[in-house]
Design a protein around this ligand. Structure first.
Ligand code: PGA
Length: 251
């Protein structure tokens, strides 16, 4: 299956920095790509991305994504950004349930499932994040935790579940420089694939991507695993050279 390499810029960037990063990316990309590429950028910069897109044709190879979406469709929800608003800027992807949202904003499995539903309803692919903390891994609860997180999304989305991208992001590996070994990651991806297979006959075409300190040096061994269909890249997506190396490892 075509792999997906998605950058998650988190709360980083500025008008000047974004222009530098995106132009370095545009000039470093090959003419055609054999993997899908996206950047999930802070919402205030969507308009800048669209404007740069007009001046940098190579950016056509890079899809736009958001880092979150509201679980509500419109109305009195101060600070929220709806899926329809994202679609106005041609967002193709929306990350939902990132562990930083679960941890710092108290997002529950139920809320994450509702966010995925909002994205799917307007044709945006949710990148649904699941993953265990270090304490949960050490307590032998990894499988139970990721299955519980995915089950909520399956329950709320029914047969549409085959339209999501699933991201396995062990919380202990995010931003820590500690990566899950290819075997550890593959084992969890296989569990998730089996859970999807029980819910949809199209489980084999759902991309299950890995995130957590994926970088230019470790990307190719992770991406060589049978159930690792791409990467969600935080820190390394902020350096054009590193992000381009990961893209080429996926191609
Ligand atoms: P990292 O972040 O690559 O910096 O570990 C990944 C993520 O949080 O999506």
């Amino acid at each position: 299956m075509t792999k997906l390499i998605a950058g998650n810029w988190k709360m980083n960037g500025s008008l000047a920095a974004n222009e530098g990063l995106l132009s370095a990316l545009a000039s470093g990309l090959p003419k055609s790509l054999s993997c899908d590429v996206a950047v999930c950028i802070p919402a205030p910069y969507f308009a800048q991305f669209q404007a740069l897109f007009a001046t940098m044709p190579a950016l056509a190879l890079v899809a736009l994504g958001s880092q979150d979406v509201s679980s509500q469709s419109a109305g009195a929800f101060t600070g929220e950004v709806s899926a329809t608003m994202l679609r106005d800027f041609a967002c193709r992807y929306a990350i939902v349930g990132h562990s930083e949202r679960r941890q710092y904003h108290g997002e529950t499995d139920f809320l994450v499932a509702a966010k995925a539903q909002q994205a799917l309803a307007v044709g945006i692919t949710p990148i649904v994040c699941v993953g265990e903390t270090l304490a949960e891994r050490e307590a032998g609860q990894t499988t139970e935790v990721v299955k519980r997180q995915l089950a909520a999304v399956i329950h709320a989305n029914g047969h549409c579940i085959s339209e999501i991208v699933l991201a396995y992001e062990p919380v202990w590996a995010i931003g820590t420089g500690k990566t899950a070994s290819p075997e550890e990651a593959q084992a969890v991806h296989a569990v998730l694939r089996a859970q999807l297979a029980a819910a949809t006959e199209h489980a084999s075409r759902v991309k299950i991507i890995y995130g957590g300190s994926m970088n230019a040096a470790n990307a190719s061994t992770l991406l060589a695993q049978p159930d690792i269909d791409g990467g969600l890249i935080g820190g390394a997506s902020l350096k054009a050279g590193d992000f381009l190396s990961i893209i080429s490892a996926a191609s």
